[in-house]
Design a protein around this ligand. Sequence first.
Ligand SMILES: [Zn+2]
Length: 565
Amino acid sequence: MKQLFTSLFTLLIIGNTFAQKEIPKDYFDNPIKIPLILSGSFGELRSNHFHSGMDIKTKQVEGVPIHAPADGYVSRIKVGHFGFGKALYLKHPNGYSTVYAHMQRYEGNIQEMVKNAQYKKEKYEIELFPEPADIPVKKGDIIGYTGNSGSSGGPHLHFEIRDAASRPMNPMLFGIEIPDTKKPIINSVFAYPMGDNAQVNGNSKPYKVRLHKQKDGSYKAENIEAFGKIGFGISTYDQQNGASNKNGVYQISTAHNGQEKFNVLFEKFSFSETRYINRFIDYKYFKKNRSRVQKLFRESNNPLSIIKNEEQNGFITISDTFESIFTIEVCDYRDNKVLITIPIKGVAQKELESKADNNNLEYIVSSGNTSMSHGKFDIFFPAESLYEDMYLDISARGDTLSFHKDIVPIHKNITISADISNYKTADRSKLYLGRLNYKGVPYYSNTKLEGNVLKTRVRTFGDYVIASDTTNPKIRPVNFSDGKWISNNKTLQLKITDYESGISSYRATLNGKFILTEYEYKKNVLTYDFDDNIITDSENNLKLIVTDNVGNSTIFEATFFRKQS
Ligand SMILES: [Zn+2]
């Protein structure tokens, strides 16, 4: 009986492994018909997230046709000012979905559905979930055009493949071919002494290991002396052929005296785990040096599923006089590899000086909720807002809250409340909470006014202030002026800006009727397209209202004339 169970179990495991390996290699065509060159790869390390798709270059222009890579139907359409901008989701009969982001516009009946919804809701930002029968697509159909909408730093197509559970997967697993003959590039390697008595070269701080490149492209590190529990970290990137962009690698594995210790693989993850990147990288080092060191060990509160294998959570324990070899292997999807060898000698080292004085600091236990008050400010930390227990430097002076430094990551929103009862009632509605940027200028943090209290939720440490915005937004026409004929214009464009709390909403009408204006926040420009055919008169009255985040409004009115055909 026991044997039967064992073999059933083995069969199940084999079955499971087989199912996971069964990724179709030729089901999805390339979505655009130009050679694929990537400006970003799957799993690449980004701010607060792992990159969920591949970024395909579009020769620095917008408007490249996007073709459905397989049969399916449009399952979701989302238009937003930020993030993915104009995005489209296709569902395919094999259970996978594909995603297209930062588009310039949609094609044909999709575009029509979007415009109808925007005019019906009188909003640019919309989200639609069409039924399977609404917009079916055939492999090769044009579904839209590439662009630069949303939070995109230049024209490109963000392309994703997601599994049936909406987990993004590495598109290269599906045979989307990217030529790559270049090895990953190694920036730096660090040794991390962990725990009380651990040391590397006589110090308890992270130690940058000196690397010597060998003729065959591998690296040999200097000998290090270590004691206690040690982990390693690496800053590395990959380049594919045809571009110099710094993309992510595919796999990093480590071994101690030949025994595998840790393996991280960029094939698939869940959106619910993506913010744990701040636990995975050396956040403090990143904030100071703008370089992301991936920690090749798992600490508490790190559920990342990209970690495929680990022994002792990736740590090694070095005892006195013990000599050993630690290796790190970095690999790209085309199996170009770089090996780093680090010889370690165990040396019981001198007593370290006692720890810093934590007298004026706040101690936060991450597993529970914590509330505290400093001057006008109340702060609430929900459980697990921090990854580990720690001391934080928090103090208040007048309208400023010094809220530690942005060298520690925050996982869950922390609430900051500020008492503003010392302000005159009339002035209170213009107040907001902002985080001071490096120039000392407050950056609006989404603020609610509840009675005499301003409230905001934050995920970044730093200095927060009670700020006031009494200036109205500014509106300036770009391609027309009041009282003029503009029969040849294809669009109306207006520049809208707000220097303090920032723009919250806008609404434009022509002759009293709502018109759709697209807001491109990167250029501060609102655009109306005359092809929307809202007006039929020669004389037209435009009215635009722009409101900032504390409710200051500006109204702009102008008259223009157009020949009607
Ligand atoms: Zn992208």
